[in-house]
Design a protein around this ligand. Sequence first.
Ligand SMILES: Nc1ncnc2c1ncn2[C@@H]1O[C@H](COP(=O)(O)OP(=O)(O)O)[C@@H](O)[C@H]1O
Ligand SMILES: [Mg+2]
Length: 382
Amino acid sequence: MQPLPPGDLSQLELVGNGGFGVIYRGRSTKLGMDIALKNTLRDSAADSECLMKEKEMMSRANYTYVLRLLGLYEAKGRKHSKYGLVMEYMPYGSVWTLFEHIKHVPWALRFQILHQVALGMNYLHHVLEPPIIHRDLKPHNVLLNKSLDIQLTDFGLAKNEASISMSQSIVGTVAYMPPEAFVSVTYKPTKEFDVYSFAILTWEVLSGQKPYENVNKELIKVLIPQNQKHRPDLNLVNKWTSQKMVPEAIQLMQECWDADPGKRPSFYAIIGKTNEMNTAYAGEIHNEIVKVLEELQTHNSPHSQTSDNPDCEPRSNPEPCTPDSTALRVSIFRDILHEAENGAANIPDRPAATETSSPDIADAAVLTIKLCTDCSSQTRPE
Ligand SMILES: Nc1ncnc2c1ncn2[C@@H]1O[C@H](COP(=O)(O)OP(=O)(O)O)[C@@H](O)[C@H]1O
Ligand SMILES: [Mg+2]
């Protein structure tokens, strides 16, 4: 184990949140690089445990198109320890934020994204043993590195295929969940779950729109299993069919969202097709990436704070729905400080949202950060 020295993290700044985690950007002196820190939104032993499971899954999935976990921090308390994941920082956020920031995402980049996502998923399903089912594949959970290559993240719902039980079935993000997940209480997620999610992601990448915008979640759950016609609006992708490879991508997308999971292709079959589509744009990709990077740089911050919470504002209104970011950041680090230093039996309430004092970077000194070489011992099939 090679712990990072106390006070190693600095310049912590809230950059994103989902339904489960809060993400900070920071700088690690020891590592000499920007890092992302994932903490749990709520403060409970159960959430800490979920974060540890996420760590195990990410550690297993060590691949080009999977976000690299650098380590974790641990703050020991009397009742339970608090943890956070230290990951590589992705300067351009997610595929979701890409479509928010770039007016016309070039087709070459769209097809590269689809192919790289398929490669990442193929790795999880068909290379790893036991395979990992991600269960939350969506544009928010596909990040972009400084070269705009994708990095799959958010393994919070991911499971080793062999260990999935029926009781774990009703989790996920509704729009990305397959029909079979809504019709049976004994449903057990399989690889085809992720293939269906890939279809919805493909629709978003082709259309640049959000699926089922303004449609009630309960209605989606009822309609999707009823009829295969109830899928994201095909008109919004069919209008692009004059573009090279779009017809092929629409065909693949429809196969992937087939009502019958048995008829959906595997990611191993999918990568053959996305490879062809991507190759058709090989001559354009370099220049297009240069242009997109230039456009992204015109934003004040390449990665403004984003919210991944499905209950938050739709894409057309990117206003975050988090509590005041400063107060949230202070509360988390003070909680850790309080419990670690005083061994408090009760975790203090979060400070009022009006609290604005800036976080003392020394707060980070109480965090014990272990490099991931040490995590490997905890990486084992469930
Ligand atoms: N390593 C990272 N670098 C930059 N931004 C990140 C990173 N990890 C997550 N984010 C941002 O934070 C959001 C939420 O992170 P995520 O891990 O998906 O949390 P949750 O489990 O709550 O969904 C992402 O959609 C993304 O916008
Ligand atoms: Mg997420």
